[in-house]
Every structure is written in structure tokens, then in C-alpha cells.
Design a protein around this ligand. Structure first.
Ligand code: BGC
Length: 493
């Protein structure tokens, strides 16, 4: 009885869940009787979770690669297929629409067949889409292939962070999920380099086709990996869940963690799509969707997708120097993400978000002022590189990794996949709107456009300060308990 009282007070469980708690309590007693022998800690305790994460993060690598590779390939596709401006826009933009569809599909798939199989499906779609694009005899097939790649990106951007977060320990979750974003940035950089390497031979089919290799590594690498213990418990497969936890925490007693997961899942009814509107979920959903949208509307992809044009406009004489600057941006993006990986579980999510957003706003303002005041000055190119460099650094240690991390960690077990799916879809929708409107807005607003992104960045600072809770070091179940206890009130800091 005393143990049950302790469970009650710790998890703030409402009596309505009493009958389900009986099952958990019986399970709890059973676990207490069968304490497993504890293996000695060893390198496997660190290496295996890292390996699981790296395999899942291949989805991020492909996400980054396939969004970046098209800019270089397009130079050769345009003359071969005689593409007009509308068709060019479509070949580029269709990936984002596919990702939107894939993200919406990803949540339901991750609940129905599991996180692992959804990641495998993402990898298979990357293979198919890359092959179809690489051998496309005409623009229609190319667009179909690019759409399938988009669906793969959408599936992976929901399922990979979710899978990593659900397998990670609370202490290392920030670092491990941020490896997904590191893979995205490495993928973007790899795409710039591959475009460079194959440009002399105009080999656009090879540029698009090489993605088959990481796609195959994702599928075959994921096959022997464990399933998410949270998903297994939800399915009533407690023994499989314990086995999965033991594989990723070889040096620990996993039963306490399993108990916490079981208690959390027992007190929540299984959720359907309409539960996304439930009042107790609303504050979390506002945070997830808000962060997802702010990640895009503060302008990151105007640089990632259009960097060569921006640098050329800022006075970089040749396309070669503009390209060198673009690769420099890719390198900085990777390096600053490493900083986030080192810091996120120590200083926390909120300080990184607030510091990064502030730096982004300041660099955008500085860029806008420089472009306005010194349109023809000789130092404009250097100022542009400096401002954009600082902006990228600040994005890469804040909004870049932390948005994917928080989308995967802030929602309760019962609805995590679907809520992550909706938040991720919002990210892709915002991405689509920003990348499609950028050339038009640039034509009409000119350099003042930087001020628009700075204003949106300032709103994002206010939003983070006001609404985003700190989740560092908390288990997914503790985060869910926090929303339960604070529903209707503003999150505590
Ligand atoms: C964003 C992408 C962006 C990339 C840049 C990701 O977190 O979702 O839209 O292109 O970061 O590194």
C-alpha cells in the first residue's frame, strides 16, 4: 500500500485510473521479484545507443542531402529537359510538399507499425525516389521521383527523432536527438560537395543517385535495431520492451524506467487524432507547432537554398567564390551543431534557444543596415559573409537541433507520434511558404526583407521566454506529468 501511495504522489494519478493502476501495480510487484543481474558498465553502454542513434540519423543525412543537392543538379537538368521557370520551381518545391505529406503519414504509421518500421519505410522510399529521379527520362518522372523523396524526408523527420528520443536515457536525450540535426547539416554539406565534384562532367543523374547508398544503409542498418520500448509497452508487449531497454542500457537496472513508462501509459487512455484538441494537450501543442514554424519563418532556408545568389548579389565576383562561401556556410553549420550537442544536456534547451535567437535577430538587423547603408561599398561582401556566418552559427546551436528535439520529447506517450507528426507537418508547410515567397518578397521588399525575418525572430524570443518549458534531464514521463499538472496554467520555468 505504501508503495502504491508513493506511486500516486509521485505521478499525481487521478483515482479514475485506479483499475488500470492495479495492473501496473501487479506488474510492479512482479518486477520487484525478478531483479535481473546487473552487467558491469562497459564501452557497449555508450557505443550501442550511439550506434542505434547514428543509424536512425541516416534519415537526417538524407533529409539534408536531398534538400541541398537539387540546386547544383538543376543547372544541368534545365537545359536537358528544357525547363521553364515554373517547371524549375516545381522540381525544387515538390520535395517540400512530399515531406508535408510524409510528415502527416509518419505519425499514424509510427503508431500502427512502430517507430523502427516507419524509419525503415522512410529508407526504402529514399532508395526508390533516388533511383527514379536518377534515371528519369523526362520531367514528369523526375517530379514523381522527387515527390517520393519528399515523402521519405517527411517520414524520417517524424520517425527518426521520435525513435531516438524514445530509446535515449533522460540524461543523454538532448545530445542523442541533436545528432539527428548534425546528420541533416552533414547531408547539406555533402550535397554541396557532391554538386561541386560532379559539376565538371554535368553528371546530375549521379548527383541525385548517390543517395541510394545511405538509403540502403538506413534500411539494412535499422533491421536488427530494437523497437522503441514506449511503443512496445503501449502495445502491451512488456517483455519485449524490457528486452529493448536492456539492449540500449546494458549497464543499468531498466525495471525502474520500465515501471515509470508503464505507469504513465496506464493512466492515459489511447488517443485518437481528435484528442489533439484536448485542453490538457493544447499548451504542449502550441509549443511544438510554434517552435516548428519559428524555425522556418526566421529565414534559415533563404540562406541554405539561395546562398549562392545572395553572395553573388553581395559582390562576390564569380560563381566560384560564391560557391566557396556557400560551402563555408555548410561547414559552419556542421561545426556549430556540434557545439549544441555538447551543451544541450548541460545548459538546457531554453538558454540555447534564447541566446541563438538573439544572435540571429542581431545579425539579421546588422545585415539589413549594411545592405541599406552601403549598397556599393567595397566591404559589403565581407560584412555579408560575417553576418550570415553569425546567423548560421546562432541557428545551428539553437533552433536547428532543439526544435527537432523538443518536438520529439514534449508530448505525452499516448499522443506523441501524432502530435509530432502535426508539428513536423507545420514545419514543412512553413518551409514551403518561406522558400516559395522568398524570391517574390526579395523582388518587392529588397533588402528590407531581412527586417521582416528579424521581427519574426523577436516574436520567437518572446514565445520561447513565455511558453517553452525546460526539459533538460527530465524523463519523457516527467515531462508528460508536468503538462498534466500545469494544464490550464502557464508552464513553470
Ligand atoms: C531545418 C531545415 C534546414 C536545416 C539547416 C533543419 O533543422 O529543419 O529546414 O534546412 O536545419 O541546417
Amino acid at each position: 500500500m505504501a508503495r502504491r501511495a508513493a506511486l500516486w504522489s509521485h505521478f499525481d494519478i487521478h483515482p479514475v485510473f485506479d483499475s488500470r493502476l492495479d495492473e501496473v501495480y501487479a506488474f510492479d510487484t512482479m518486477l520487484a521479484r525478478s531483479e535481473p543481474p546487473q552487467p558491469a558498465p562497459g564501452p557497449r553502454a555508450i557505443l550501442y545507443p550511439a550506434l542505434v542513434t547514428l543509424i536512425a540519423a541516416l534519415g537526417g543525412l538524407l533529409f539534408g542531402f536531398d534538400t541541398g543537392v537539387i540546386s547544383g543538379a538543376l543547372l544541368f537538368i534545365i537545359p536537358e529537359f528544357h525547363l521553364g521557370p515554373a517547371a524549375q520551381g516545381f522540381v525544387v518545391g515538390i520535395v517540400t510538399l512530399g515531406a508535408l505529406a510524409g510528415a502527416l503519414l509518419g505519425g499514424a504509421a509510427a503508431d500502427a507499425v512502430g517507430r523502427r518500421k516507419t524509419n525503415i519505410a522512410g529508407g526504402a522510399a529514399f532508395i526508390v525516389g533516388s533511383l527514379v529521379s536518377a534515371v528519369a527520362p523526362g520531367v514528369a518522372t523526375l517530379i514523381a521521383g522527387r515527390f517520393v523523396i519528399g515523402v521519405a524526408i517527411g517520414l524520417s523527420s517524424v520517425a527518426a527523432p521520435l525513435y531516438i528520443a524514445e530509446l535515449a536515457s533522460a540524461r543523454r536525450r538532448g545530445t542523442l536527438v541533436s545528432l539527428f540535426q548534425l546528420a541533416v547539416t552533414v547531408g547539406i554539406l555533402a550535397s554541396f560537395i557532391i554538386d561541386e565534384l560532379f559539376a565538371p562532367t554535368h553528371a546530375w543523374r549521379t548527383m541525385l543517385g548517390v543517395a541510394v547508398i545511405p538509403g540502403a544503409a538506413l534500411v539494412f542498418g535499422m533491421l536488427p535495431m530494437p523497437e522503441s520500448p514506449r511503443w512496445l509497452v503501449k502495445r502491451g508487449r512488456t517483455d519485449d520492451a524490457r528486452e529493448a531497454l536492456r539492449r540500449v542500457r546494458p549497464a543499468q537496472d531498466v525495471d525502474a524506467e520500465l515501471r515509470e513508462i508503464a505507469v504513465d501509459i496506464a493512466q492515459d487512455q489511447p488517443a485518437a487524432w481528435r484528442d489533439l484538441a484536448a485542453p490538457d494537450l493544447r499548451p504542449a501543442l502550441v509549443v511544438g507547432i510554434g517552435l516548428a514554424v519559428f524555425q522556418q519563418v526566421t529565414g534559415i532556408n533563404t540562406i541554405i537554398y539561395y546562398a549562392p545568389q545572395i553572395f553573388e548579389a553581395a559582390g562576390f565576383g564569380s560563381a566560384t567564390t560564391a560557391l566557396a562561401a556557400t560551402i563555408g556556410i555548410g561547414v559552419v553549420n556542421v561545426l556549430a551543431t556540434v557545439v549544441a550537442i555538447a551543451l544541450v544536456d548541460h545548459v538546457g534547451r531554453r538558454p540555447l534557444l534564447l541566446a541563438g535567437l538573439t544572435g540571429m535577430v542581431v545579425s539579421l538587423l546588422a545585415l539589413g543596415v549594411a545592405w541599406r547603408e552601403a549598397a556599393s561599398a567595397g566591404w559589403l561582401g565581407a560584412t555579408t559573409v560575417a553576418c550570415i556566418g553569425i546567423y548560421i552559427v546562432c541557428f545551428a546551436f539553437s533552433l536547428g537541433p532543439i526544435v527537432w528535439l523538443m518536438i520529439a520529447e514534449i508530448y505525452p506517450n499516448r499522443i506523441r507520434a501524432r502530435a509530432a507528426s502535426v508539428s513536423t507537418a507545420a514545419n514543412w508547410a512553413a518551409n514551403f511558404v518561406v522558400s516559395v515567397t522568398f524570391p517574390l518578397l526579395r523582388a518587392s521588399l529588397g533588402t528590407s526583407l531581412t527586417f521582416l525575418y528579424a521581427i519574426l525572430g523577436t516574436i520567437a524570443i518572446w514565445f520561447v521566454a513565455r511558453r517553452v518549458p525546460e526539459t533538460r534531464g527530465k524523463s519523457l514521463e516527467e515531462i508528460a506529468a508536468f503538462w498534466r499538472s500545469s494544464s490550464g496554467t502557464s508552464p513553470a520555468r
